[in-house]
Design a protein around this ligand. Structure first.
Ligand SMILES: [Zn+2]
Length: 107
């Protein structure tokens, strides 16, 4: 669920301690106009999606991917993928033909 940043439009009161607040909201949730903490008017800031994207980039960097046991493959040509990150036991390359062949036994 994305984090949205709001700023008090006209000051804030206890229990709020600062001008800005971060709110978890679904993408489809309506924009809030009243602070859920102190009841003062708030305005949504547009800066948060960029920061959220940065958080995602930091979390899903190649070092973290490998440490968590995931692999990342980058497409090199049609149907061919090269390992960009991941554990040593993960195959260095993948190709569509081999993957289709490997999945057949699951039918
Ligand atoms: Zn508030």
């Amino acid at each position: 669920m994305p984090i949205y940043e709001y700023r008090h439009a006209d000051g804030f009161e206890e229990p709020c301690k600062q001008d800005t607040l971060e709110v978890f909201q679904t993408m489809s949730a309506p924009e809030m106009s009243i602070c859920p903490n102190c009841g003062r008017p708030i305005q949504k800031l547009i800066s948060m999606p960029a920061r959220h994207q940065q958080h995602i980039n930091n979390t899903l960097n190649e070092k973290n991917i490998a440490e968590k046991g995931f692999s990342k493959y980058v497409k090199t040509e049609d149907g061919k993928y090269e390992k960009a990150a991941g554990p040593a036991e993960a195959p260095a390359t993948l190709d569509r033909g081999t993957m289709a062949e490997n999945l057949k036994h699951l039918d």
